[in-house]
Design a protein around this ligand. Sequence first.
Ligand code: IMP
Ligand code: MG
Length: 174
Amino acid sequence: MKKIVLSRQEIAKKVRELGQMITRDFAHDDLLLIGVLNGAFIFTADLAREIDLPLQIDFIRVASYGAGSLSSGTITFTKDVELPVANRKIMLVEDIVDTGRTIARLQQHFLRHGAASVHICALIDKKERREVEVHPDYVGFEVAEGFLVGYGLDFAEQYRNLPDVFHLENPAHP
Ligand code: IMP
Ligand code: MG
């Protein structure tokens, strides 16, 4: 069973607002958007088109979830960015910040590689489950709990193509 949590209209409106804020805040910067694959592929594509600035886009891929809905706790880099990051202003674009482990690790990774700054834009912040201290700079929605799918978010690689975000009530038996 799945219940709608965020409609495509709500998402589009919020993404437009995030794009406008980023446009204003980075008006004088040479921004590099880095989408975190796979979950943020749709969000990154939509957000990029709402930012009215010259910018570059790259992607990184990390695996933290395996095939289930529980975090494995370890993060492996399965695809690095290809553009140079030294002295760049980076905006990490993430689907969900949950425990915070993935995004904290990525922020640390790019700072260690000489980025001038690393900001975070997350579509969804699941604050209640935070295990490491990390505060996304731009947040679309705060969601208290539950496993979400759609708009890029998956359960066992399914549901990414749904245009809205749904709560999957029993991820083990969808
Ligand atoms: P964190 O390291 O615990 O913050 O995990 C973040 C990653 O787990 C995100 O990049 C998501 O891909 C995935 N994730 C967390 N919660 C959900 C969810 O409700 N649905 C789908 N993926 C999720
Ligand atoms: Mg992800």
